[in-house]
Design a protein around this ligand. Structure first.
Ligand SMILES: [Ca+2]
Ligand SMILES: [Ca+2]
Ligand SMILES: [Ca+2]
Length: 226
């Protein structure tokens, strides 16, 4: 029991405090799929699908839905992010969307985008209107702010549901889309300098206490090592 306590003081506590004191400004939570294209480029469907080989679906999956009939071929997918539970101060979602068929400033192709039940339809629509390209087979990287739902990160799960509608390029009533990758990014609070120094001092104190207890154990147990 005492050994466990001493170990915690000597190794775990200082390490934990040092890692907090060194706090990274950004900590990537999780990425599904990988980015295969540059923002704002146009890509053929065959090149897009070939690049997604072996990536995790549906965020890294192939083109889904239909751009050539039937009329019930709209993109409609749900997926889940799993990660270490945390409560970040800031969070964002970045996705590479292929052939979203957003019609520029009048973009209405996002029918519903829910994250843990929170409605981000307007947020994704706004991101596509400002960063999306109104070109057939366009590929764009969009980012939306998730700061309003950082509490939903506490269970280590975010459930995503995205439905798109037609009416974009060519005014088709159906619409296929590809998600090249999807990435959750969180911001860890930066400690002020006095807080960092205080924590660093506590870590050193824990290290010193652990070493003293370790010595006392050796002195009070002379049989040890025989
Ligand atoms: Ca959640
Ligand atoms: Ca499309
Ligand atoms: Ca990809």
């Amino acid at each position: 029991m005492l050994k466990t306590f001493v170990f915690a003081l000597r190794v775990v506590l200082p390490a934990a405090l040092l890692s907090v004191a060194g706090g990274a400004a950004n900590a990537t939570v999780v990425t599904l799929g990988e980015q295969d294209f540059a923002d704002g480029t146009t890509v053929t469907l065959s090149d897009y699908n070939r690049a997604q080989s072996g990536e995790s679906a549906p965020a890294g999956g192939r083109f889904r839905g239909r751009d050539v009939g039937p009329t019930n071929g709209n993109f409609d997918e749900s997926w889940v992010f799993n990660f270490a539970p945390e409560t970040p101060t800031m969070a964002s979602l970045t996705m590479g969307l292929y052939d979203h068929d957003c019609d520029g400033p009048a973009c209405t192709v996002v029918e519903a985008f829910l994250i843990d039940g929170n409605d981000f339809t307007a947020a994704l629509t706004a991101a596509l209107r400002t960063t999306g390209t109104f070109v057939n087979q366009a590929y764009d990287v969009v980012t939306i702010d998730l700061s309003s739902i950082v509490g939903d990160f506490a269970d280590g799960v975010l459930e995503m549901s995205l439905r798109m509608r037609g009416g974009g390029v060519g005014n088709l009533p159906w619409n296929g889309i590809g998600i090249d990758f999807a990435r959750l990014t969180t911001d860890v609070t930066q400690l002020s300098e006095p807080e960092t120094l205080a924590l660093f001092g506590l870590g050193l104190a824990g290290l010193g206490l652990g070493m003293r207890r370790g010595r006392r154990q050796l002195v009070s147990a002379p049989d040890a090592g025989r």
